[in-house]
Design a protein around this ligand. Structure first.
Ligand SMILES: Nc1ncnc2c1ncn2[C@@H]1O[C@H](COP(=O)(O)OP(=O)(O)OP(=O)(O)O)[C@@H](O)[C@H]1O
Ligand SMILES: [Mg+2]
Length: 473
């Protein structure tokens, strides 16, 4: 029998990282059309079924050594003849069949590719991947829906979860930190769906984000100072706009002597900090009990002596507890919110507080938000795949409630020869929070703000970013 794969490490899949040249040639020769590829995948499934029926395959780790793998391939040779393979198909079979037995099947080469950041399986014969910020269709396919479901079940089982008709939706985290979402019938139409967001072990710093044009050097310097001076920050943006990446980068600016508690639905943050306690929510078990929500964890975290609380993404009632924490000694906490612009981010936060069922007057909620959150950083994904910080805004009291003071913004200026839009990061009004930076011993040069106020100058960093400002206002 095939052993359970709880401790399976896809980096250790037999054959997955072997010399790829003969395999690449064989793949190129056999990938003539999608129907050829479907036929190959079906042959592979056929041999797989025969092998599972005949072999007593103990544990994957027994097949990691070259000798053991050669032995396994000996068996493959035996079944080869039954399905009439060409020489190229045979080469592929020798490498790819072990992926079926012990790994993630056709997904293995995608999971081994460090440039792939998202793998989106719409159905057995339709997979898209994101490379360098661009989504593209990919020629990897599964034999059929049953094959895809089998791999989904393996991935889900290996993280201690289950997926079937009675529990057709799973959100989980893989051992390498990647986030997965699987959804099957009856909720998913036209076949099972699998989405993998890969974070790997990559750590993104603010400087990386400056280097790739997400924000300017002076925006990064301001945000670094604001985090050090315990300003609570809300990061907003649409799906995949880079909120979690920005949260990671900002967290790395927290001084090393402070204790951080992270709370996430599926843990993605990779903090390079000496003092981090990571918490993750738990869905209800099969009997419908045992659920621990973000709200439970935020409340519990207050008893864990945190200096800063980081909530991966506020989605519901935990927003109120988070704001309470920010107002009562845990200033400098950070979180993200799904929103189309800065104003929308605050309205959504208000709505989430209302979801607690407490009938608080809007003025009270707004004043809570204003005193809890100091800055909103809004990100948007551009059409060509790059991400930009569209606005860094400060929340201030105003006679009618609250108002925004925009410290930085991104302004599009045109389109370059490659069809990419060009733009500039502009410096806006000096935020009031800069006044408190010295209290925290944080040095910050605010001359860029005053320069704009007198001469309408712009930040020196020009940015090329493709796409529209659809997410930004
Ligand atoms: N500043 C950036 N520049 C280029 N690519 C980025 C940037 N930030 C994130 N990405 C890419 O975009 C993908 C999504 O990033 P991230 O998870 O941070 O977005 P998100 O807004 O948190 O997404 P979600 O809405 O799914 O939570 C990542 O795989 C990453 O590779
Ligand atoms: Mg995110």
């Amino acid at each position: 029998m095939i052993a359970p794969l709880e401790s399976f490490d896809s980096n250790q899949t037999p054959g997955a990282h072997e010399s790829t040249e003969p395999l690449a040639v064989a793949r190129a020769n056999t990938f003539a059309s999608q129907s050829d590829e479907i036929a190959f995948q079906q042959k592979k499934q056929q041999i797989h079924q025969r092998m599972v029926g005949c072999l007593d395959i103990a544990a994957p780790h027994e097949f990691k050594s070259r000798e053991a793998l050669d032995e396994l391939r000996g068996f493959i040779e035996m079944f080869d003849d039954e399905v009439d393979l060409s020489a190229d198909e045979h080469t592929r079979m020798m490498v790819e069949l072990p992926w079926e037995l012990f790994g993630n099947g056709p997904l293995e080469p995608l999971l081994a590719d460090p440039d792939v950041s998202d793998i989106l399986v719409n159905r057995a014969h339709e997979i898209f991947v994101e490379r360098n910020g661009l989504l593209e269709p990919c020629d990897v396919i599964f034999a059929d829906d049953a094959h895809l479901l089998q791999i989904i079940q393996r991935i889900v089982t290996q993280v201690g979860r289950r997926i079937d008709e009675s529990c057709p939706l799973v959100d989980a985290r893989l051992a390498d930190g990647s986030r997965i979402n699987a959804i099957i019938a009856p909720l998913a139409l036209d076949g099972p769906k699998l989405s993998i967001r890969r974070f790997g072990k990559r750590h993104t710093s603010l400087q990386h984000l400056v280097d790739n044009g997400t924000l300017s050097q002076s925006m990064a310097a301001f945000l670094r100072a604001a985090v050090q001076a315990r300003q609570s920050i809300l990061i907003s943006g649409g799906t995949g706009s880079g909120k979690t990446t920005m949260l990671n980068a900002l967290s790395s600016c927290i001084p090393n002597d402070q204790r951080i508690i992270t709370i996430e639905d599926s843990a993605e943050l990779i903090l390079q900090h000496p003092h981090v306690a990571r918490l993750e929510t738990r869905p209800a078990g099969s009997e419908g009990v045992g659920e621990y929500s973000q709200r439970d964890l935020v409340r519990n975290s207050l008893r864990m002596r945190p200096d800063r609380i980081i909530v991966g993404e506020v989605r519901g009632a935990e927003a109120l507890d988070m704001l309470q924490a920010m107002n009562t000694g845990h200033e400098g906490s950070l979180t993200t919110i799904h929103a189309n612009d800065t104003v929308d981010a605050i309205s959504r936060l208000e709505m989430m507080v209302a979801m607690t069922g407490l009938d608080l007057p809007s003025a009270v909620v707004q004043s809570y938000i204003r005193s809890g959150i100091s800055l909103v950083v809004h990100l948007a994904r551009q059409q060509g795949g790059s991400r930009c910080v569209m606005r860094i805004s400060e929340l201030l009291s105003a006679p009618g409630g609250m108002e925004f003071r925009h410290a930085f913004s991104y302004r599009r200026s045109g389109v370059d020869a490659n069809g990419l839009t060009t733009g500039k990061f502009e410096v806006g009004d000096r935020p009031e929070c800069v006044d408190v930076f010295p209290e925290f011993g944080v040095q910050f040069d605010d001359s860029a703000f005053s320069r704009l106020q007198t001469a309408q100058s712009t930040d020196a960093t020009d940015c090329t970013a493709d796409g529209t400002m659809d997410n930004a206002k």
